[in-house]
Design a protein around this ligand. Structure first.
Ligand SMILES: [Zn+2]
Length: 102
């Protein structure tokens, strides 16, 4: 039985208590936090999101772009930057519209 120590609760648990992710080369990667800790963290994020929605506060947007298998790291970075600029431009346009209407 293989075990692993959770970096959050510091309990040493069976590997089945950890979520896994397959890496590109086919090997298995175990998360540093056990299932219980990860669930708790996910729940926390979920509540944070709900709270932000209720208070009208915009959750921080993170880029949800993923690197395509066919593109190089450089191409991917360019795409991320381009996307950020596009969003900034949209935001500026929204602001300008608001100023015009008021
Ligand atoms: Zn844990």
């Amino acid at each position: 039985m293989k075990t692993k120590t959770c970096t959050k609760c510091h309990r040493t648990l069976d590997l089945s208590e950890f979520y896994t992710r397959k890496k590109a080369d086919g090997s298995i990667y175990y998360y540093a936090h056990c299932k219980a800790c990860k669930n708790q963290a996910d729940l926390k994020n979920y509540h944070k999101k709900i709270e932000a929605q209720q208070t009208g506060e915009r959750p921080k947007r993170r880029t949800n772009l993923r690197r395509r298998k066919t593109e190089t790291l450089y191409e991917f970075k360019c795409r991320v930057i381009k996307d950020a600029w596009q969003r900034a431009a949209v935001r500026l346009a929204e602001k300008a519209n608001q100023h015009e209407s008021t």
